[in-house]
Design a protein around this ligand. Structure first.
Ligand code: NAP
Length: 294
């Protein structure tokens, strides 16, 4: 077995995640030596950014020249790529998919290969290039499942990026993924609703984004520093049912489509309000205001 620092790492799939991870790992000293992709130009573009990295013509060539291969194709191609390569016993192969675990690499397991899944809890939306992808990988939590030497090696890659590796039991993977969607996709849905109210007031979407972002950013920073219960503000955690009633009135006149969302968020905030020590009578009044039961 080669020493950890000598492990040569290759990539198959030079997209937003593959190029960024290759660049990030190389920048902290790992030996990223080869990259291939469906389109040669994609592999060449990524390889040019990384010292000592060569663009190769096929997944097989990457596997033949590296100790560890990350398959960073779209999820639907991972099992197919893994099954088409002739692996060497003792080498490693990993993917970065969040929805599935190491079962995608069953074909490689049969060849005596250590396998791993290493999913970054991060989004790569609206990325300008691999530099930004690499930057976004710093400090991230990675969900890792792995066998053989990758069980220690993949967490060490996460730590080298200032992040950490955690193990998610397979039965909990849907919850893990739901948490990612709440933190990212549905956060966007929520802010889209907030920005939409600015357009209802006659402003542009740009005005809404400009107004909402400092507030949203400060809120996220407060959550990061002190957790949700300490960071939460607003009428619910003050027990202010009159203000909630005024919001419902305004929404019903100008943006009735947001009433169910607003009611549900108010109801979900009651838990945080209880955590802040709001009295039961105030909670009950808030519940009555939004028409919630229980
Ligand atoms: N994007 C995210 O926000 C994100 C977040 C967490 C995890 N991930 C995971 O990261 C992995 C990669 O996703 P991505 O967003 O980077 O996808 P992507 O930007 O679409 O990149 C995929 C790359 O793989 C290449 N490719 C496609 N089929 C191939 C094949 N059969 N053989 C070799 N190369 C192939 C693509 O083609 P070309 O060579 O033609 O360019 C492209 O460069 C996925 O498992 C995904 O679940 C993504």
């Amino acid at each position: 077995m080669v020493r950890a620092e000598d492990v040569t790492i290759g990539f198959v799939g030079a997209g937003v995640l593959g190029s960024g991870l290759a660049l990030a790992l190389s920048a902290v000293g790992w030996r990223v030596t080869a990259i291939a992709s469906r389109t040669d130009a994609s592999a060449e573009r990524a390889a040019r950014l990384i010292d000592g990295c060569t663009a190769l013509a096929s997944a097989q060539q990457v596997a033949d020249s590296c100790d560890l291969v990350f398959i960073t194709t779209p999820d639907a191609a991972i099992a197919e790529v893994s099954g088409a390569v002739t692996w060497r016993a003792g080498q490693g192969v990993a993917h970065c998919c969040g929805a599935a675990s190491i079962e995608l690499l069953d074909a490689a397991v049969n060849a005596g290969v250590a396998v791993g899944a290493m999913h970054p809890f991060q989004t790569f939306a609206a990325i300008a290039g691999p530099d930004q992808s690499a930057e976004r990988l710093r400090g991230v939590t990675f969900a890792i499942s792995a066998t053989g030497w990758l069980a220690d090696f993949l967490p060490s890659l996460a730590e080298s990026l200032g992040g950490r590796g955690i193990e998610i039991p397979d039965g909990m993977r849907p919850l893990y993924h739901a948490s990612a969607v709440l933190s990212c996709g549905y956060l966007t849905t929520l802010l889209d609703a907030a920005v939409g109210l600015w357009t209802s007031m006659g402003f542009t979407e740009e005005d809404g984004v400009r107004a909402a972002m400092p507030l949203a950013r400060a809120t996220i920073e407060a959550i990061e520093r002190q957790g949700p219960t300490n960071a939460v503000t607003g009428p619910v955690v003050r027990g202010d049912a009159a203000t909630v009633a005024a919001h419902l009135d305004g929404l019903s006149q100008h943006a009735a489509h947001l009433l169910p969302l607003y009611r549900q968020l108010t109801e979900s905030s009651l838990l945080l309000a209880r955590g802040k020590g709001i009295e039961e009578a105030q909670l009950e009044q808030l519940r009555r205001t939004i028409g919630a039961s229980g």
